[in-house]
Structures are given as C-alpha cells and as structure tokens.
Ligand binder design. Structure first.
Ligand code: PMV
Length: 336
C-alpha cells in the first residue's frame, strides 16, 4: 500500500455556483467560472495501511474525532476513491492549509481537490485531469475548479460524467489580483449547503437563471481578451445577483423564521460602498463575495498596493486582515 502528497489551491468564483440539481452527486444548477488562488492552498498526504482500524485524519497536527462530521466527510470521499481502485484499506491523512479555515476561502475546494489527487495517486489510479475534476466535485462542488490551473470553467450537466471542469486560460495569461479583506473570522452561521438547497425557493431565482448563459459567455470572453472593465462589471453584478438569491431564501431554525440568508456583516457593506467610491476616484477595482462576509477586491496587479492602502485607510482600529492572491497552478503531486 502506498502514499502520496498533493497540493491544491482554493478558488474564487466570478460566476457563482448557487444551487444544485442533485445534492448527492453535486451537480450544479448552472456552470461557473473561477480563478485558483495562489495564497490559499492545502497540502495533503494520504497513506493507505491495511493495519489501520479506521481512517485517521490529522489536520495541522491535530487528530480529528473519527465520528465527527469533518472526518466522516473525508472518509466518505475516501470510500469513493477506494471503490474506484477496488481497495478496502483505511488511510492516514495529514492535511494543512496556508489560510485560516473560516476566512472566506473555500477550504473544502482546495481540501477535497488535494485529497482526490493524493488519494487516487496513492492507490495507483492514474486519473486524467477531467476525471479528477469529477471525483473532486463529488466531495465538494467547487473542488472541481481547484484541479485545473488559472482560470477555470465547471460545466453544469445532467450526468456526472459531463459535469467536469477545465481550464479557460493559464495563470500567466492575466496578471490580476484578489485582495481579500477578511472582516470576520467567526464561523458563518449558515452553511453554503443550506444556501444551495434553498436557492430555488427564492422568488428571484427564476429571473437569475436565464441571464447566466450570457453572463458566462461575457466573463469567459473578457478573461480571454483581458478586458478588465467588462470583466469587473459582470463579476460585481454577478456577486450581487447570487446574494440577492441568498437574501430572499427564507428558512427556519429552531422554529424561528428568517426572511433570508445574510452572509454580510456591516463591515462587508462598508467595503462594497468604498469600492464604488474608489472607482469614482479612478482606481480600477471591483468586488465579489462568496457565501461569507469576506470581500474580494479584484484589480490589475499594478493596483494591489494602492488598494491595500485604501483598505487600511477605512479600516481604523478594526481587526481586519488581507490576503492577496494571484492566479495559481492547478493541483499537483509532490515528489518525495
Ligand atoms: O462548494 P460550496 O458548496 O462551498 O459552494 C460554493 C458557493 C460559492 O462560493 C458561493 C460560489 C462558488 O461558485 O464558489
């Protein structure tokens, strides 16, 4: 039985995956487009061992409770890999992130992508990039986009084999930055899984859906043309469109009714308004948001420092932090 180590980067969606047609297979309601993130990465080592009584999962040096939700999710994904390889042995998994898990980066994207690559390689499966994106997607939808490098599209489809991700452009194609402003490190109250589940309940979902094919075309073409203004306008409108769905997806917890999901904090909104002002001041910057309060400021690389300064000026004594990302490589194996 053998061992392999893989690295994968998280990714940030410019056209969002929001809603599923099949929650078991993680088949999305719409295609999405993203960029891998250079400073948000996961390194995972998987070692299969016949002698292990159960999967042993160690995150940043800490062994996880094998009956806990996190460990169960990892074991379930290992089961998919074991089934593909026709093997039964349990595994020891060592995993580490370069970024705080609740900082607004999809740790499940980089984590499940790294696990898919390391696990399949350790069992001698030599999967194509396309098949790896499908495997990673089963673990976490957005993980499919963390397998290819740079700018990536993940296709919506009605069957598992057709819902894969592939590269639109290499990381070197376009030198843009994501200046992520982490305004809160508290774990979010509402998971993205619940958000996906409720998406179609929003009265506005029917209006969003028909706009997406055109939006995907515009964003893909703007990336290929390096047309920052068209790209920026579209990605900002898209982030608000996804959040409009979340904000109007009502749900109940412990018999308490909520009119919708608020992933924002007051600091989030303050930053969104600041972006509009910065653009009026001549800085080319647009925002996007995932299912959380972190604001991702997207700009050409040359404006990174100016934007960091602008953020510092409005931050005051608040405990914000920033993490700057460039387009990153795809998932890769580490040769030991
Ligand atoms: O992969 P999940 O279930 O964490 O969903 C990701 C949802 C968004 O980040 C909001 C959008 C996306 O496409 O990544």
């Amino acid at each position: 039985m053998s061992k392999a180590t893989a690295v994968a980067h998280s990714n940030l969606a410019f056209v969002k995956y929001w809603g599923k047609i099949d929650a078991e297979l993680n088949l999305p309601l719409n295609s999405s487009i993203s960029m891998t993130l250079s400073n948000a990465k996961t390194t995972t080592t998987v070692r299969f061992d016949e002698a292990l009584p159960h999967d042993k999962i160690i995150v940043a040096g800490e062994e996880q409770d094998p009956t806990g939700r996190f460990a169960q999710r990892i074991s379930q994904h290992l089961d998919r890999i074991r089934t593909l390889a026709n093997q039964q042995a349990h595994a020891e998994i060592l995993t580490e992130n370069t970024f705080p898990v609740s900082a607004g980066f999809a740790s499940s994207a980089s984590g499940l992508a790294a696990l898919s690559l390391a696990g399949s390689a350790a069992l001698g499966l030599n999967l194509s990039e396309r098949d790896l994106t499908i495997l990673a997607r089963r673990g976490s939808g957005s993980a499919s986009r963390s397998i290819p490098a740079g700018f990536v599209e993940w296709y919506a489809a009605s069957t598992s084999e057709d819902s894969f991700a592939e590269q639109i452009a290499a990381p070197e194609h376009w030198d843009i930055r994501d200046v992520a402003v982490i305004v809160s490190s508290e774990e979010k109250a509402i998971s993205s899984s619940l958000g996906h589940k409720l998406a179609q309940e929003s009265p506005f979902w029917q209006s969003r859906q028909p706009l997406l094919p055109q939006r995907l075309d515009t964003v893909r073409q703007a990336i290929l043309d390096r047309d920052f203004e068209t790209f920026g306008r579209e990605l900002e409108a898209e982030a608000i469109s996804m959040h409009a769905i979340a904000l109007t997806s009502s749900y109940s917890t412990n018999n308490h009714w909520h009119s919708g999901i608020y992933y924002w904090t007051p600091d989030t909104l303050e930053l969104l308004l600041a972006v509009q002002q910065w653009r009026e001041d001549g800085i080319p910057v647009y925002f996007t948001l995932d299912a959380g309060p972190t604001v991702h400021l997207i700009c050409p690389a040359a404006y990174e420092a100016q934007i960091q300064d602008a953020v510092c000026q409005i931050q005051g004594s608040r405990n914000w932090s920033t993490l700057v990302n460039a387009p990153a490589p795809g998932a890769y194996l580490v040769i030991e």
